[in-house]
Design a protein around this ligand. Structure first.
Ligand code: CO
Length: 161
């Protein structure tokens, strides 16, 4: 496993649409392993492939890092959602920036695993938010675009105590 470089704000790759994964090979497995390690090292709860410079529909999510149970999503699609939550959201590609983003409170995702097996997974609250945020990345949509507003410097200082 290896730490990959995280693409930052201003890089065009973050606004490009990713292509489907068609080969479930060693290269994909290495990408998934590296993405999980990179996400954990950066203390993130999710990471999408374009954030490490790869325009493929791949994302990893881990909203409970202590459990080290990484959710790997290949070619994910939201197939159901309900409710609404409003909360503060950030992104490893936008360090120090936070926005207020409305998301569904419940999301159901259909995806493939690293071997191409289809599965469905549900999430609410933070996990639902992470599904939406990461799948948006695969369509070249970053959270700043969907935020109702970004937090001010003063608000961020207060948040950090
Ligand atoms: Co992000």
């Amino acid at each position: 496993m290896a730490i990959r470089n995280i693409v930052k704000d201003g890089d065009d790759i973050l606004v490009k649409k990713c292509r489907n994964v068609v080969k479930f090979d060693k290269k994909l497995h290495t990408l998934l392993d590296d993405m999980a390690e990179t996400m954990h090292r950066a203390n993130g709860v999710g990471l999408a492939a374009p954030q490490v410079g790869i325009l493929r529909r791949v994302a990893v999510i881990d909203t409970i890092p202590e459990q080290n149970q990484v959710i790997e999503l290949v070619n994910p699609k939201i197939i159901a959602y309900s409710g609404e939550q409003e909360g503060c959201e950030g992104c490893l590609s936008f360090p120090g920036q936070w926005g207020i983003v409305k998301r569904p409170n419940y999301v159901k995702v259909k995806a493939q695993d690293r071997f191409g097996e289809e599965f469905e997974i549900e999430g609410k609250e933070l996990l639902a938010r992470a599904f939406c945020h990461e799948i948006d990345h695969l369509d070249g949509v970053v959270f700043k675009e969907v935020a109702d507003r970004m937090l001010t410097k003063k608000e961020i200082e207060e948040m950090n105590g």
